[in-house]
Design a protein around this ligand. Structure first.
Ligand code: 13P
Ligand code: SF4
Length: 363
């Protein structure tokens, strides 16, 4: 049974919302316990309603790996998340991503060859006590690169714990691919900003001097999230000027100028918990993806919850997962001809698994 990589067939595009929802429910009922549908918090409402487990990247990786009874893992999220589920799955399981074009622009900013070349350049300088750490939002090849060199994966909810684990073993951390999560974590740990150096793969020695690299505690790859870098300091100032009671809650992928003045910072799961635990009547401007903020605002009408920026901060690749391609994926499993099955090559999987296991052990 070989996987087919197709775009959603025409007839699915003609179904109305109610038909799509009822057919998804019927396909799920038919597959029963052999299926688990995982949904990241940035998924749209008409998809997340069908998820058996919702969560941030860490929670989905951990709980997805625990559902060993499910033959099929349908991942409503982006490609790197489905790859991680494929790396952690049991041999009898398969992972399906309803749209193979649901990628991540941040993960694409760290191509394997560039990372290998950067690591080799640092080694040529004699900097050998470096721990490579990659954000979950990276390709399986970058996870394997870290695993093979003693390093680990982290998510936005455990980045600091992984940095501490890394510093217990080596002098420096080389972090991919999110400059902002790397810097925010290092500053929260008390590392002075001048000892956090950005590696720009387009420039010789990443754009830094040999001395700067030698003195660095953390070297952060020049990558970013196209959604979270839309939040700026002036949004915080505007929101507070409009409403002095407004509290600012942001994801750690936002630039440090915003994190530095925010009232709270955390992963999507932490954002949800913080708002649920907040007193009734409190006011919040939230710096993260549009769908999650809108859903939280609707779920907690006793609190004022708005998105920090007034721009449309939507993750276009998360949005690619639609009820149409979710239904198509489920139907294809029911029919015995599954589409969009994720298969990380075995050699990559071996070392990426090591890096993911290190993360799961440290957290
Ligand atoms: P978390 O859900 O782990 O906070 O990650 C956010 C994100 O950008 C996922 O792509
Ligand atoms: Fe990638 Fe940002 Fe979208 Fe997350 S929100 S999947 S980091 S582009």
């Amino acid at each position: 049974m070989s996987p087919r990589l197709l775009t959603v067939p025409e007839p699915y595009l003609e179904l109305d919302d109610a038909t799509l929802a009822s057919r998804i429910r019927a396909a799920k009922a038919r597959l029963g316990q052999s299926l688990v549908v995982l949904g990241h918090h940035y998924q749209r409402d008409d998809v997340i309603e069908h998820a058996d487990i919702t969560g941030d990247s860490y929670k989905l990786a951990r709980l997805g790996a625990e559902r060993t009874d499910a033959r099929w893992i349908v991942f409503c999220g982006v490609h790197f998340m489905a790859e991680s589920a494929d790396i952690l799955r049991q041999p009898h399981q398969s992972v399906v991503l309803p749209d193979m074009n649901a990628g991540c622009s941040m993960a694409d900013m760290a191509p394997t060859d560039d990372v290998i070349e950067a690591g080799a350049a640092l080694e040529r300088l004699g900097l050998t006590s470096i721990m490579p750490v990659t954000y979950m939002n990276s390709t399986a090849e970058i996870k394997a690169y870290c695993g093979e060199r003693g390093g680990a994966v982290c998510t936005s909810s455990n980045c600091r714990a992984i940095f501490e684990w890394a510093f217990a073993q080596r002098d420096q951390v080389f972090f991919f691919p999110d400059e902002h999560l790397g810097r925010n974590t290092a500053i929260a740990m008390g590392i002075p900003p001048e000892r956090i150096v950005v590696w720009d793969p387009k420039r010789p020695l990443g754009g830094s001097t040999e001395e700067e690299l030698r003195a660095a505690r953390v070297i952060v790859w020049k990558g970013c999230c196209s959604v979270h870098t839309k939040f700026h300091l002036h949004h915080v100032l505007d929101r507070r000027a409009e409403d002095p009671e407004m509290r600012i809650l942001v994801h750690p992928e936002v630039p440090h100028e915003v994190v530095a003045v925010a009232d709270a910072v955390g992963s999507t799961e932490t954002i949800i918990r913080t708002l649920r635990e907040a007193p009734s009547g409190s006011h919040w401007a939230v710096g993260t993806e549009y769908h999650l903020v809108q859903r939280l605002a609707r779920a907690m009408p006793d609190k004022k919850i708005v998105i920090l920026s007034k721009e449309f901060c939507l993750c276009a690749t998360m949005y690619r997962i639609s009820p149409q391609n979710l239904l198509w994926a489920l139907d294809s499993i029911v029919d015995g001809h599954p589409v969009n099955v994720i298969r990380v090559p075995e050699e990559t999987k071996r070392w990426a698994h090591v890096a993911l296991d290190r993360m799961l052990q440290v957290h």
